[in-house]
Design a protein around this ligand. Structure first.
Ligand SMILES: *Cc1c(COP(=O)(O)O)cnc(C)c1O
Length: 373
């Protein structure tokens, strides 16, 4: 059996090595390392795949969030509502712009923004809602968009973990993660579902004027070289990364299916154990399983992780401290569900290269560890 890893980028690369290497060689030969043709090619291909009007490639997912907030013209002191149980980047990008991240609780089953907490957090200073499609399935966008409409708020989706997840509205209309709000953001960090071999990210939007603003902001606030109409940033997807992504995009559906197959195996093998709650799955969204995350019940998580490690099974805790408990983000309301989750979640290996032998081995090890056998 191949050693088990949280993420196996090397095996994935070896399967598509010819296409990747050819793409990179092409960039080397052209020497167009920044703003090469591949960047636009990839953006066009991704926009078509997502069914969104504009994809603006940027340097990373955190930049994408910052550029999205800047594109909306949000001002210092404006409040943006975002979940506490997530990676820091969403709140960080807001705080850097002197916006006020207002942290709200999440649903204990789906790990995504809780709608009651969202409603309670709205004040006259609220300007935007920033749901995070955590671990690979969409937040309750039907409710979020309707609340935003009701209160005249903007919506920026953090789709860094959910590229390709598809949301179904009650009227039957479907849309991909990141393509439902005013703007969506994604990351191409290597371990993300569509990852490059360095840093990368993108902003998505169906709004022509927001797309124009985001493009300009990402380019030093400039449309015409050396003319700067607004303050911007320098945030670019480099051409080699675009070549990697363009070679991987045709495989994304197959990668998602591999993740879903692994998740289904976990669900089947681990269900019914009194120490394990399986990840919840909303019927409104497909799940692209960036992470497969259990909740442990009456089990010592550190001990379980130690036992797993002894058996050669890596595991991770996403996320051990909710944002409202972080020193940099204190002063927010309590989020009891986020706190509870931080104490009991456990993410198992999840990637495109897991085989049945590995999955069987992992599940046996998990059951032994939680049963303390
Ligand atoms: C990865 C991630 C980001 C940041 O992406 P980078 O490319 O690392 O800057 C933001 N939000 C979430 C939810 C993420 O998972």
């Amino acid at each position: 059996m191949r050693p088990i890893q949280m993420v196996d980028l090397r095996s994935q690369y070896l399967h598509i090595q010819d296409a990747i290497d050819a793409g990179i060689r092409e960039v080397l030969a052209s020497a167009a390392f920044v703003k090469g043709a591949k960047v636009n090619d990839f953006a066009t291909h991704l926009a078509a795949w997502l069914g969104v009007k504009h994809v603006i490639p940027v340097g990373n997912g955190t930049d994408a969030l910052q550029i999205a907030f800047m594109s909306l013209g949000l001002q210092p002191g404006d409040e943006v509502i975002t979940p506490s149980f997530t990676f820091v980047a969403t709140a960080e990008a807001a705080a850097l712009l002197h916006l006020k991240p207002v942290l709200v609780d999440v649903d204990p089953d789906t790990f995504c923004m809780d709608i009651h907490s969202l409603r309670r957090a709205i004040t006259p200073r609220t300007k935007a809602i920033v749901p995070v499609h955590l671990f690979g399935q969409c937040a309750n966008m039907q409710a979020i968009l309707s609340i935003a409409h009701e209160h005249g708020l903007r919506v920026v989706e953090d789709a860094c973990q959910a590229i390709g997840a598809e949301y179904r509205f009650t009227n039957g209309h479907t849309a991909k993660a990141g393509c439902m709000g005013d703007l969506g953001c994604t990351s191409f960090f290597p371990s993300k579902n569509l990852g490059c071999y360095g840093d990368g990210g993108a902003v998505f939007t169906n709004d022509d004027s927001l797309a124009a603003r985001a493009t300009q902001i990402a380019n030093h606030g400039s449309n015409v070289r050396y003319h700067h109409d607004m303050i911007g940033v320098n945030s670019r997807l480099d051409t080699i990364q675009a070549a990697v992504l363009d070679a991987k995009l045709p495989h994304l559906d197959e990668y998602t299916r591999a993740r879903q197959t692994a998740a289904a195996y976990y669900d089947h093998a681990l269900c019914g154990n009194p120490h394990i709650l399986l990840p919840g799955h909303t019927p409104d969204s497909t799940h692209v399983y960036h992470q497969y995350t259990l909740r442990l019940v009456d089990a010592n998580r550190d001990k379980v992780r130690e036992r797993l490690a002894q058996d050669g099974v890596p595991s991770m805790v996403y996320y051990p401290v909710p944002l409202h408990k972080q020193t940099a983000y204190t002063g927010n309301n309590d989020c009891p569900v986020s706190e509870q989750l931080s104490g009991c979640v456990l993410s198992l290996p999840m990637h495109t290269e897991l085989d049945v032998q590995q999955l069987e081995y992992i599940c046996t090890a998990v059951l032994r560890a939680v049963n303390n056998e």
